[in-house]
Design a protein around this ligand. Structure first.
Ligand SMILES: NC(=O)c1ccc[n+]([C@@H]2O[C@H](COP(=O)([O-])OP(=O)(O)OC[C@H]3O[C@@H](n4cnc5c(N)ncnc54)[C@H](OP(=O)(O)O)[C@@H]3O)[C@@H](O)[C@H]2O)c1
Length: 338
């Protein structure tokens, strides 16, 4: 058992929530990115929103991009859009489809597609971008787990399990993982953001579950802990290959994320939120910025490319072993799908 969670400042929570609406301008943008010819990146959820924009920029920089998507047709449409945006790129776009984190059985077959697509090339960057922010607390996965916990936290950890042997190799000087979190982690449960007894609310009727915002927040608190825990779990090789694993809150952006929200709220969001490209800059800061080194393992990147501390208890979780406890808890649940 880890120590009880330290308290956190409500004032800071409010400040960080506000910051997402009025962040500093990005300082690390595509003009500063290196040429990525010969590099390979995986972006999950790249058929739309931030992931699609990230894939476009990577391809523009001549990267070989593997887009992990649920639906083949959406993947093909996205691929065409990415190719058309930069007709003279020297990179490539390969689709690994069929990955639906609502059913953990689909993850291994998709990882096999990634392995085939990669061949013997180095794998440089992994961006765990796919995510679900449901309007209601009723969503449930094929495995009977609350939908956002499974899609946002369990699914990426399972995919990472299959990517580890492809990624953890001394074959390149660029090795990054970005676990896409959110400022919504600030709204997560009191004890390190997690409902420890039953984070997936398995067997709990929707009527007895907390509000959707707390469930989304929990899954995004998990992403912050996963970024650090993964680097600790693989410390020897991670140090050797100088890999950096960070989480990020991409910003408040106009994407499909709020697709099932009330149209009025979506309209208001349209005025307050930022263009999707800024979210891509935040994710790509995590993936490419030379300012991040192995000293930044588990850093929490905020819009549009700077490091802040997460909520105080979750920050404490990154050094007192709570992150590893969560990693192990999820690992136990997903291990039957290895
Ligand atoms: N937009 C924001 O303001 C904001 C703020 C903070 C954090 N984020 C985070 O940023 C990431 C990208 O969000 P976005 O705004 O670009 O959202 P989006 O436009 O809704 O895109 C989400 C992506 O995730 C995929 N996805 C959803 N459910 C999935 C599942 N069950 N299995 C596999 N993939 C699934 C979607 O695929 P389908 O199209 O097939 O559904 C889509 O490709 C998410 O992790 C989100 O939590 C976004």
């Amino acid at each position: 058992m880890t120590e009880p969670a330290p308290s956190y400042s409500r004032k800071r929570v409010l400040y960080e929530l506000y910051y997402g609406f009025r962040p500093n301008k990005p300082t690390y943008t595509p003009d500063e990115y290196p040429n990525l010819a010969g590099r390979t990146a995986i972006v999950t959820g790249a058929n739309t929103g931030i992931g699609l924009h990230v894939a476009k920029i990577l391809y523009e920089k001549n990267c070989d991009v593997i887009i992990v998507v649920r639906t083949a047709a959406k993947g093909e449409k996205a691929r065409e859009e990415i190719l058309a945006a930069t007709p003279d790129s020297k990179g490539s776009v390969i689709i690994a489809d069929g990955c639906d984190f609502l059913d953990l059985n689909t993850v291994k077959p998709t990882a096999d597609k990634v392995k085939t697509a990669l061949g013997d090339k180095p794998l440089n960057v992994i961006i765990h971008n796919a995510g679900l922010m449901a309007r209601t607390n009723t969503g449930i996965s094929k495995q009977g787990v609350e939908a956002m916990f499974q899609v946002n936290a369990m699914g990426p950890q399972l995919l990472q399990h299959f990517l580890n042997p492809l990624f953890l190799k001394k074959d390149s000087d660029l090795k990054r993982i970005v676990w896409v979190s959110s400022a919504s982690h600030l709204l997560a449960f009191r004890e390190y953001g997690i409902n420890w007894e039953n984070p997936g609310f398995e067997g709990v009727d929707a009527g007895q579950r907390p509000a959707a915002a707390a469930l989304y927040g929990q899954s995004k608190a998990a992403n912050i802990m996963q970024a650090k825990a993964w680097s600790t779990k693989n410390k020897t090789i991670v140090d050797e290959i100088e890999c950096v694993s960070v989480s990020c809150y991409p910003g408040n952006l106009n994407t499909d994320l709020a697709r099932d929200w009330n149209p009025l709220l979506r309209k208001i969001g349209g005025y307050l939120f930022w263009d999707v490209k800024y979210g891509a800059y935040t994710e790509l800061y995590g993936a490419l910025s030379p300012a991040l080194t192995t000293k930044n393992q588990g850093a929490y990147v905020v819009p549009f490319g700077e490091v802040h501390d997460p909520r105080e208890d979750i920050e404490a979780a990154l050094t007192n072993g709570t992150d590893l406890k969560l990693w192990d808890l999820i690992e136990e649940k997903i291990s039957k799908y290895f």
